[in-house]
Design a protein around this ligand. Sequence first.
Ligand code: BDR
Ligand code: CA
Length: 306
Amino acid sequence: MKKIVIDCDPGIDDALALALAAGCSDSLDLVGVTTVGGNVDLELTTANALALREFLRLGEVPVTPGSAGALLRHTVRATHVHGATGLGDVVLPAPERGPAEGHAVDYLVETLRAAPGEITLVAVGPLTNLALAVRREPRVVEWARDLVIMGGSYTRGNHNPAAEFNMLADPEAAAIVFEAGWTVTMLGLDVTLTAAVTSAVLDRMRPLGRLSELLVPAARSYGVVAEVSGPAVHDACAVAYVVDPSLFTCVPAVVNVETAGQFTRGMTVTDFKVGDRTANALVATAVDVPAFWDLVVGAYEKLAVR
Ligand code: BDR
Ligand code: CA
């Protein structure tokens, strides 16, 4: 059983990632969820995480709000992708319970301190909370079992030609996290864009009862679903990696985050020629797409009958 904490900004694909974690409860112990301002404002990412906790029946898993905005930069949001609420066309019942007391950065530091070597951090939003945790208590780097992020790319951006959204939203935070001394497993656009929701995948989500009320509009509101192409479920890739790393090909690399470039701010400059340097990242370069969907839909099926 792997213990994970998900730091997220729900976010349509964040919702699909949380649903995947919920469906994998036989192999994942979701210890906590922390939120960050990203796709939409912190108030909304937190409200969405709270609504998802109840809809996905995650029980007592604490949802702790964190940073509202980037360390230094002006705020960038992705409402053009995720809609005004952050969940696209998905409408969930209003949550009955509120967030945990305290701040996500304190929660991350104290949760890692209490269980050194046990907890895998899965970060699928801007890396502001993680960067502040590293600055506040550098030993989090030793205490975390692993750090898996959805973010960056070595080939292209999505928010602009150079930068992926989570990196662009807080490049300084991303640079701090990549330079902190741990190995960042980076699931970037290079692989996440290949794991698209095709019409065949969507057909497998339709019969899943009340869960389909989340999954189907989430998948659809994120792009056009077609026979051989469709919207990516970026953040679900990070959770899938933790459940079954063998689905992905990962290559050691030195990754530097551009923070100063006029046109390239937020770019994850990835050098696979590590030489005698120490790799600071394991970068995903391929995913077994049919096996990925078998894992994801299988987990959703289990959750649907729970
Ligand atoms: C990432 O950016 C966000 O819009 C998504 O939730 C995902 O984490 C994809 O670039
Ligand atoms: Ca996200």
